[in-house]
Design a protein around this ligand. Structure first.
Ligand SMILES: [Zn+2]
Length: 195
């Protein structure tokens, strides 16, 4: 699980934040949340350490914040999320760049060990999964599906090339079979019931 930086205890609380009323409001809010927490959707990822279902609260895509819940979809799919400007922005950006470099090296190592079949599967996936706007990706997906359907239909309707020699032989074979059948009928007919 990714580590979340523990926030330091706020020491500069306002008098309102220190008041009993403020604490009561906070306490009631957290109790109300815990009363419904068990009903909320949970992350479906399998935790690496326990090998059990994660169980953290799920975000909109069904995964929690550390199992891909924050991974962008739609127009931001497959693109890095850069930190916003603000305090610690540069530090976050450097950390992000280092993480991208690390995963790139990990991918290279994995690919170096991949079998030819795995490599081909990876290449096919790469070819059909370019980042871009949602509409653009949907259009390309439709084009791929149409091309595959067209290819399948042309392959199904394509007849094997005709071979005049083979056709002639088949005609002769059919004629020979007809003559043999006629001969057999004649022989049976002449034999009579006692042969
Ligand atoms: Zn999770």
């Amino acid at each position: 699980m990714a580590k979340r930086k523990r926030r330091s205890r706020a020491v500069n609380l306002t008098s309102w934040q220190k008041s009993a009323r403020f604490r009561q409001i906070g306490s009631e809010a957290i109790k109300a949340f815990h009363a419904i927490r068990y009903k909320l959707p949970k992350c479906t990822a399998i935790a690496k350490v326990s090998r059990e279902r994660c169980g953290n609260l799920a975000m909109t895509n069904g995964k929690c914040w550390c199992h891909g819940g924050r991974t962008p979809s739609g127009d931001g799919w497959h693109k890095p999320v850069w930190p916003a400007d603000g305090p610690g922005g540069e530090r976050k950006l450097n950390r992000k760049l280092a993480a991208i470099q690390r995963s790139s090296k990990r991918r290279e190592r994995k690919l170096a060990k991949a079998s030819a079949e795995e490599r081909q599967k990876y290449d096919v996936w790469q070819k059909s999964h370019h980042p871009g706007s949602k509409a653009d990706r949907a259009r390309k997906r439709k084009e791929r599906q149409d091309a595959a359907a067209f290819k399948a239909s042309t392959e199904a309707s394509a007849k094997p090339p005709s071979n005049p020699e083979l056709d002639e032989l088949e005609r002769e074979l059919a004629a020979a079979r007809r003559r043999a059948a006629a001969l057999e009928i004649n022989l049976t007919g002449n034999r009579g019931i006692f042969g």
